[in-house]
Design a protein around this ligand. Structure first.
Ligand code: ADP
Ligand code: MG
Length: 211
């Protein structure tokens, strides 16, 4: 398995930015997952916490953005506000290589008004928790019809927390020809159920804990 980021079809500016972030080699889940993510496949990826899953989906979704178009093209759902903030921070670091990427976080526990304002200014990527994303959808302040990539990050935890129905409604509001990526630390049967409903012949990659 080639673990050099240079073996991926990425813009030289993106590769340079990875180097400046100190990311020299891909972690195992990145080496196994990124080629599929960049190829546009649906994916179920399982690897323990701290194994670099954010980069494994982040480089893929950022690579697919049309930055001239101010429409939400990628959606990342996370179980908690803290995790959503972490993911947004990492995506912003990864996006430094490409000018003008707008990433908006939508989480509960903060007022809706400023979030609506950020959405009105145009967002390429939304990172949020299912409850708050659903709220914006229902209010009509968020549309997902231009979404090309959906990531369920920590899908197992979101299912544990009872977000199945919310995720179902949110996924149903996105185009059916989207790329759908599931990332999680464990692989409960309910993930397979969600996958059957929302993915098309997903590639499955699983990295054991030697990382
Ligand atoms: P996970 O989502 O699997 O829990 P994260 O995406 O949060 O893991 O990444 C864990 C840490 O590893 C972060 O601090 C991130 O910056 C770092 N990291 C990710 N990819 C690499 C890499 N290729 N080389 C070095 N550090 C990395
Ligand atoms: Mg993570």
């Amino acid at each position: 398995m080639n673990t050099n980021f240079f073996c991926l079809q990425l813009d030289p500016a993106v590769l340079g930015n990875l180097d400046s972030l100190g990311y020299q080699q891909m972690t195992p889940i990145q080496a196994e997952g990124l080629p599929h993510v960049l190829a546009g496949s649906d994916l179920i990826a399982r690897a323990k916490t701290g194994s670099g899953k954010t980069v494994a989906f982040g480089l893929g979704l950022l690579n697919r953005l049309d930055r001239q178009r101010f429409a939400v093209q990628a959606l990342v759902l996370c179980p908690t506000r803290e995790l959503a903030d972490q993911v947004a921070r990492e995506l912003r670091r990864l996006a430094r290589a490409s000018a003008n990427t707008k990433i908006v976080t939508l989480c509960g526990g903060t007022p809706l008004g400023p979030q609506v304002g950020s959405l009105e200014h145009g967002a390429h990527v939304v990172v949020g928790t299912p409850g708050r994303v659903l709220k914006h959808l229902q209010k009509g302040t968020l549309t997902l019809e231009s979404v090309r990539t959906v990531v369920l990050d920590e899908a197992d935890r979101m299912l544990d927390m009872g977000f199945y129905d919310d995720m179902e409604v949110i996924l149903s509001a996105t185009p059916s020809q989207r790329q759908t990526l599931f990332f999680s630390a464990t692989y409960p049967a309910i993930i397979r159920e969600l996958s059957r409903a929302f993915q098309r012949v997903p590639v499955e990659v699983s990295v054991e804990s030697q990382h």
